[in-house]
Design a binder for this molecule. Structure first.
Ligand code: FAD
Length: 530
């Protein structure tokens, strides 16, 4: 009997596109049902963009960000075409035009997947050309999106003493923290009244401003950069602000947000709003054309985080491979975490609720002098939103309550302190035995405690083995401490257990912080990372 092999063409070799290819091969390892081709504009092997902030901070090199080792894609029969742009698709003829420096070629496909991601938004600034910036040809000015941008920033810090970061969102602050760590004086210019205004309310923003100032960053709020002035004979390079003032800027880092990359979809006649519109099947308006990741708009949302794209990749792989033709993507709850050394900040769900809102119960704790702020938003006794700044150990249990939508304890003070999910153990720590199986340990990859336990039962007794099996720790890496804790707990519970035997609960389980912060700058996901 002959089986027909369908050709899947993925446009974009970024985090979502590469993950889709991997998921497809998991379901069709011998390429019996699907041929998979991934076309990427960037010349590099697929890399973990989330880790670029850690590169700027000096924790790792760009080489460390590669998603897979040399030869991995070839050995899995994934055809990766690097340094090639898909410049046109014909959704009727089912063809795509690939353009490289050497010329054009046309590829046929049966299923097309758009995973074109986003591009940095560059606001109008006199003296800055968005096209030149995108290609790295704007001296003294760099965006913060690609591995090449990252290299430009790190090279610039060798001679720059003053940097201006345009944008006080997550990416801007992560860039600023990294530059400070490299000994550069940093001013963050942000048009809103407080940094991270999409994730924080005014009080939380005020505390964060103090924390950043304490770390040496200068913040200029409520102002815009309107011009970039390169160095002249007698004066250093500067930027001009909309109030007429000037700041020295040996380096200007533009981190003003991102825009989904939709030009290819528009030209092909697909329905595009903010992103390429997809339904719960990740289908676009054209038959056999799908979209995922940051270029896709699902139920009116365009993700700015990696977890939705990776969740979508699983669903789409199920559908395209036939593993589960009815699989649906219904959304991903967002949790944003700042990956900046010495700042412990997470924001999740609804935070824009007033303390006196009649439909919600809001708890707040403010300790600006010590850089601490917590706001919990409850509805029907469940945690539906939170800002957690500098509250360290409470963050793990509270994140767990948010993820599992469990009923919170009646003692609201205990809840604030993160004692909600711990009974009979140190209040500031999560009791691993009592942590529900559904608690998400690795957010980037949506890996639950139950999945880690199952992997352990199958013989994965080290962090590396659990990562190989479940992918936990392979996103931003912030869950490494939690996975190490789980592995240690499982080992101590059953030191002599053979693979496949049930896990016993230890009499005195070791406790471990679920979302333990690492000692360096490798932390967790950010919402709308820009
Ligand atoms: C510095 C930084 C830190 C971040 N930190 C976090 C974090 O902590 N947590 C988190 O969840 N998210 C974070 N993000 C966001 C996260 O990286 C993105 O959500 C994720 O990369 C989106 O994946 P994607 O595949 O949709 O897009 P991308 O990763 O951008 O990949 C899209 C790829 O498609 C290519 N492409 C586009 N058009 C074409 C074409 N026509 N032909 C060929 N190739 C094309 C692009 O060149 C690109 O390589 C961060 C982002 C940055 C920049």
């Amino acid at each position: 009997m002959t089986t027909t092999t369908r050709r899947v063409l993925v446009v974009g070799n970024g985090m979502a596109g590469a993950r889709l290819a991997e998921e497809l091969r998991r379901r069709d390892p011998d390429a019996e049902r699907l041929t998979v081709t991934v076309v990427g504009e960037e010349p590099h092997a697929a890399y973990n963009r989330v880790l670029l902030s850690t590169v700027v901070a000096g924790g790792i090199t760009t080489r460390d960000t590669r998603l897979k080792p040399e030869g991995w894609w070839e050995s899995r029969r994934v055809d990766v075409v690097r340094g090639s742009v898909v410049t046109a698709v014909d959704v009727t003829a089912r063809t795509a035009t690939l353009t490289t420096a050497g010329g054009e070629r046309v590829e046929r496909w049966d299923e097309l997947v758009l995973a074109t991601g986003s591009v940095p938004f560059v606001p109008p600034i006199e003296g800055v050309d968005a096209g030149r910036l995108a290609s790295g040809r704007q001296p003294g000015v760099v965006a913060f999106r690609t591995v090449d941008d990252c290299d430009r920033i790190t090279v610039a810090t060798e001679s720059a003493s003053h940097a201006v970061v345009l944008g006080g969102g997550l990416l801007g602050l992560e860039a600023a923290r990294g530059l400070l760590a490299r000994g550069v004086e940093v001013t963050v210019v942000h048009p809103q009244a407080h940094p991270m205004d999409r994730q924080l309310d005014a009080d939380g923003g005020a505390v964060l401003t103090r924390v950043l100032s304490g770390l040496g960053a200068r913040l200029v709020l409520g102002r815009r950069v309107v011009a970039h002035r390169p160095a002249s004979d007698d004066r250093p390079p500067t930027v001009a602000l909309d109030d007429g003032s000037e700041l020295r800027a040996d380096l200007l880092v533009v981190a003003a947000g991102v825009r989904p990359r939709t030009e290819l979809a528009r030209a092909a006649g697909l329905v595009v709003r903010r992103g390429v519109v997809v339904d719960d099947h990740l289908a676009t308006s054209a038959a056999h054309v799908h979209a995922l990741g940051e270029c896709a708009e699902h139920r009116g949302e365009v993700p700015g985080l990696v977890q939705p794209g990776w969740d979508q990749a699983r669903v789409l792989a199920d559908r395209l491979s036939g593993a589960d033709a009815g699989a649906r993507y219904e959304g991903t709850p967002t949790l944003t975490r700042l990956k900046a050394r010495d700042i412990d900040l997470a924001s999740m769900g609804r935070v824009d609720v007033d303390v006196h809102d009649a439909g919600h119960e809001v708890l707040a704790f403010t300790d600006p002098v010590r850089g601490r702020y917590a706001k919990l938003v409850l509805r029907h006794d469940r945690l539906v939103g939170a800002i957690l700044l500098g509250v360290g150990d409470a963050a793990g249990p509270l994140t767990q309550l948010y993820d599992t939508a469990a009923v919170v304890p009646r003692d609201r003070l205990a809840l604030m302190l993160g004692r909600a999910v711990t009974r009979g153990s140190a209040p500031e720590q999560v009791n691993l035995a009592e942590m529900p199986g559904g608690a998400v340990v690795c957010r980037c990859n949506t890996v639950t405690k139950a999945a880690v336990v199952a992997a352990h039962r199958d013989g994965a007794d080290t962090v590396a083995a659990v990562a190989e099996r479940t992918r936990a720790t392979t996103g931003c890496g912030s869950c490494r401490g939690a996975v190490e804790g789980l592995c240690a707990w499982l080992r101590s519970a059953e030191p002599d257990r053979g693979a496949g035997e049930p896990v016993q609960q230890p009499e005195r389980p070791a406790a471990h912080h679920l979302d333990q912060r690492p000692t360096d700058d490798t932390t967790a996901p950010t919402e709308g990372a820009a």
